[in-house]
Every structure is written in C-alpha cells, then in structure tokens.
Design a binder for this molecule. Structure first.
Ligand code: N01
Length: 545
C-alpha cells in the first residue's frame, strides 16, 4: 500500500479500485489521491454524475434543497458554484458533477463505458482481483463500491415485454437525446417519484397519456422557485455554519418543525401547521410534527389532511378516489412534485388502477389490463430500482473462502455500520446497507463515508497493517440495531423499495439506519475508540491451521 504501487509501474495493479463515478466515486478519487493512493475507477456510463447521468427523464429534479445537496469538503467549490433553483434540475446537477470532475481533474483516473462484473479476494495476497466487461483484470488492495443506492433498474418481467412494436423507455435509463412525445399515445407504468415528476411533462406533450397505477402515492408540492441572490449570499457568507446546523436534523437537512407531537395540539392548530407545511412544500412535510413517522394515530391525521387536499385539487371524484393512498404517509418515500394532481384534470390524461387487476401482458400494440388492450405509440417504464443492495449484488463478488456476497445476503443485506461486510476484507461500501443513506442528505452521507474510509486506510498504512474487515458478531449486532430502530417507526408497515419488497423474491428487510445525528456520533466514536468491531490483519484460515 504505497504510492509506488501505481498505475504507471504496473497497469493492472493499483492501491484502490472504485466502482462508480457518481458523487461517491468522484470524491473517493479526489480524497484517496490526495492521501497518496493510486486509484482506478470504473464507470458504466460515458460520463460522471451517477444518478444524474442516468435519470434524464423530463422533469427530473432532486428532492433535497440545492444549497444543501452539494459537496462541502471544499470551501472554494461551495463558494464558486451557483445553484439557480431551490430544487436543481437533472441537467444542472449533471453540470455540477462535470464541474467537479474538471476542477479536481478526476477523469484521468476513470475508465468510462466499463462495468465491473466480478471481484474476488485472494487470502494469500490479501488483494482483490477485479474484472470488467471490457476484459480488464486489475489487482487492488482495496475495493470500494461507490455503486449508489438507486442505480440498478427494475424492469418487471411482464409477459410479452419484448413484443411491443413502438419505442420503450425506462426512467432510470433515459436516452441522452430529447424524446419527443408530441402527438403520441403514451402509456406509463408506475407512480413513484420518477413517474410523478415526469407525468406533468409527458401530459403536456402527448396526445394522450395513460397512467398505470398499482399503489397510489403521496405527492407533496415542491413549490420550486429560483434561489434568491440574497439567500445565496447569506448562506455563502457562512456556509459552514449552515452545514453544521443542518446536520443536527434527523435526515441531515434542515426543516421547519413545531417540535410537538401531532397528539398534543388542537385540531385547529394541527390543521394550520399542515397547511403551512403544504405551502412550504417538500419532504419537510414529514417533520411538521415529531411523531408522524412513529405514531400511527398521528400519521392518520396527516393522511386525512392529504386526502382533503387531493379531493380539492382533482376534479373528477372517481379519479380523486383512485389517487388516494391507503398506507402511512412517509412509509414509502414521500414524493416531491409539481402539478402532479393537477395533471389529472387534463382531458388527455387517464388513470388506470392495476391494484386489483395487475397488468396481464404487453402486446405489439400496448398493455392489457383486465382483458382490455390499451393501445400506445410509446411505453414508459417508471418501475424503479433494485435498491440499496441491488447495485452490489449485481456484481459477482467473492470474499474469504470464495463465499459470494449474493449467498451471504440471501436472507437480507447487512454491513457493519453500513460500511463493511464480514468475510469481505478491504471491501468498503459507500452508503451501504445499514447506513442512513437514502434517509439522509445523500451527499453528506457520501462525504462522511469517504472520509471514514480514507482515514481508516491511512491509519492502516501508518501502522503497517494491510487488511481490515468487519467482525461477524459486530455486523450481526449492527443489523439487529438497525432493525430495532426501524421497528419503532412506521417504515415497515407498507411495501416499499426501502424494504426490497418491490423486487419479487427479495427478502423483506429494512436496511437503512434511521437517525443521521446518532449515526454520525456512532461513527466518530468508532474512530476515537480505534475501530471496535473491525479486525485488523486477521490471518487466512489456512495460516490458522
Ligand atoms: O421508483 P419507485 P422511482 N406493475 O420504486 C410500480 C428516488 N428518486 O424510480 O408502489 C405495476 O418509487 C410501483 O408500484 P408499487 C426516490 O428516492 C428521487 O419512481 O410497487 N406497477 C411504483 O409505483 C424514489 O423513491 C427523485 O405498487 C409496478 C413504481 O413502479 C426512488 O428514487 C426522483 C410494477 C416504481 O416506483 C425510486 O423512485 C426520482 C408492476 N409489476 C427518483 N412494478 C427525486 O425527486 C413496479 N411498479 C430526487
């Protein structure tokens, strides 16, 4: 683990292989290079940006406020970048990613158009052999998965899927060229965030848009707007203080809250607060009262408010009824949208519920539900992702004794602290299963993990160690801890991608740590206590014998 083991001296040997050039991969390259490690990143796309490279569907935006959804490791970077809207659009986010790649000269260590297909750990050398779909074999001491949490798309195996004669699109793999739906009959399957963001735009263009909804969702208005120059100035004048304040919140981003439970206020006050939160818009609605995601009765009050709002907006009572969700608000990720419910008042929009009558099959002309064929010129699959563990298990990873990560996680993904899986030495997962990841400001979580990993392997190098891994008991205790916290909430009360229940056959396990500040404290403590729960330089089994 020395800078001498560089790409120059041996093209197929580096200190660190990184998978992915999204926000996690990019910061890893920058940080690890600065610490003197040689790195090689592999990226399936032709450019950087991860999520914001792939998800180019119309209307795609971030649902965390732009001034917060950005790197904070470089004061110069956060001072020079200018966000134009409260919630940045995908093109602006991608431009930001490209700016970062240029500014820190990251591309020279990224091999684009290349997917890592397999990686195996050799116990004798303590190194990983990583293979790609382009035929690369590269040896690395550390193997870091910066593969993202929502990057492996889910395309349900509808009978006749390939028979449709028109163009099809998946929101998570949208073409780079603009798609023109003018004059077309378009069908869209799914009503998650990707769908709800794109529907108003598709409806504007299409001759007719038909939406196939299995589960009605809660969509809160974004109330997007330009960021005022004075606000930018105010934040930039003391960006660090702004960041510090936001990290005290449960999801590592700021929101206004009454700091009261929904139970302790009068009906009038509750309604007033919900109305104010609706007018502010965004994910922060869930923070209006402190117990919305933990107390069923409190949650029911928010559900009722939502249904009243929906009934006010959607003119056709039958359509409004079909759009009414029937699960705890926040259990599936709350959707931040613009003109979503209003779109159902358009004459060229039809809602088809597939809750009780699932999609039967796809035909050359369209989609069949309940014996009726709906004819289309184009179909959009907004059917989501194999989330959190999917991007990791999509690679054939083999750790100690040749054990595969797919087998290890057959009954649910687990990582100690969301960072390392027992039996997979020197393999780190950035925002992996068991970390706050999707229930936090992702960029903050990414930075925290990158810095943890970097500090950890610098520490190993400084002390002359070569191998680190999670202890199996510590991993199991952490898994139980993550689950215990989730049990105290309503997150397990519905089916969602948080639980993996959107993927047929995937174990229903909640793999996200709820509570950013507690997690951050825990991680700091682990470092201060010299990495309890990790084993350093554990001998291979053969050496033990
Ligand atoms: O995916 P989803 P997404 N038949 O899984 C339906 C982030 N994101 O891409 O709910 C019929 O939420 C499925 O139905 P059901 C954000 O974290 C953020 O929209 O399983 N329907 C559901 O309606 C988000 O939560 C933004 O019953 C089927 C839909 O497809 C996450 O990504 C924007 C089906 C999938 O929804 C995922 O969002 C976009 C079937 N066989 C995404 N299979 C921001 O705002 C699936 N569905 C930042």
């Amino acid at each position: 683990m020395t800078p001498a083991a560089s790409q120059d001296s041996a093209a197929s040997t580096v200190d660190v292989v990184i998978v992915g050039a999204g926000f996690a991969g990019m910061y890893l390259i920058h940080k690890l290079r600065k610490e003197g490690f040689s790195v090689r990143a592999f990226e399936g796309g032709s450019g950087v940006g991860g999520t914001w490279y792939w998800n180019r569907y119309p209307g795609c935006r971030v649902d965390v406020v732009s001034m917060e959804y950005s790197y904070q490791f470089s004061e110069e970077l956060q001072q020079e970048w200018e966000w134009s809207e409260k919630y940045a659009t995908q093109p602006e986010l991608l431009a930001y990613a490209n700016h970062v790649a240029d500014r820190f000269d990251l591309r020279k260590d990224i091999q684009f158009h290349t997917r890592v297909t397999a990686a195996s750990y050799a116990e004798d050398s303590g190194r990983w052999m990583v293979r790609t779909d382009k035929g690369d074999s590269i040896s690395a001491q550390f193997f870091i998965l910066a593969t993202g949490t929502l990057s492996t798309t889910n395309l349900p195996a509808f009978p006749g899927l390939d028979s449709f004669e028109g163009p099809t699109y998946h929101t998570g793999q949208w073409p780079h060229e603009p798609v023109d739906f003018t004059g077309k009959r378009v069908g869209i399957i799914g009503t998650g965030s990707s769908s709800c963001q794109s529907i108003p735009h598709l409806a504007e263009q299409a001759e007719h848009l038909t939406i196939f909804q299995r589960t009605a969702n809660y969509v809160i208005p974004a109330h997007n707007e330009p960021v005022a120059a004075e606000e930018i100035q105010k934040i930039k004048a003391n960006y660090n203080e702004f960041r510090q304040r936001n990290q005290q919140y449960p999801f590592a981003f700021f929101y206004e809250t009454t700091n009261k439970t929904a139970q302790e206020v009068s009906d009038e006050e509750r309604e007033r607060e919900y109305e104010a939160a609706w007018q502010r818009g965004g994910l922060m609605f869930l923070g209006t009262f402190t117990d919305l995601i933990t107390n069923h009765d409190s949650n029911v009050t928010a559900q009722a408010f939502f249904r009243r709002k929906l009934a006010e907006i959607v003119q056709d009572p039958e359509t409004a009824k079909t759009l009414m969700p029937d699960f705890a608000i926040g259990c599936k990720r709350l959707i931040v949208g613009t003109d979503y419910y209003e779109t159902y008042n358009r004459k060229n929009v039809t809602l088809v519920s597939v809750k009780d009558n699932p999609i039967e099959n796809i035909t050359p002309n369209g989609i069949v539900v309940n014996g009726t064929e709906h004819e289309f010129d184009a179909i959009v699959y907004a059917t989501g992702f194999d989330a959190i563990s999917g991007p990791i298990t999509s690679i054939d990873i083999k750790g100690r004794e040749g054990r595969s990560i797919r087998d290890k996680w057959a009954d649910g993904a687990r990582c100690y602290l969301g960072l390392m899986a027992a039996g997979f030495p020197n393999l780190f997962t950035i925002t992996g299963p068991g970390s706050p990841s999707v229930l936090s400001n992702m960029i903050k979580s990414i930075e925290q993990h990158v810095e943890f990993v970097s500090d950890c392997i610098v520490d190993l190098r400084d002390k002359g160690h070569t191998v680190i891994e999670a202890d199996a008991d510590a991993e199991e205790a952490w898994r139980a801890h993550v689950d215990e916290i989730a049990e105290q909430t309503l997150y397990k009360s519905c089916n969602s991608w948080y639980l993996g229940s959107n993927i047929p056959g995937k174990p229903r396990v909640f793999t996200t740590y709820i509570g950013w500040p507690q997690y951050a404290t825990e991680i700091e403590q682990v470092v201060a206590d010299n990495y309890p729960g990790f084993i350093v330089d554990k001998p291979a089994l053969a050496e033990n014998a």
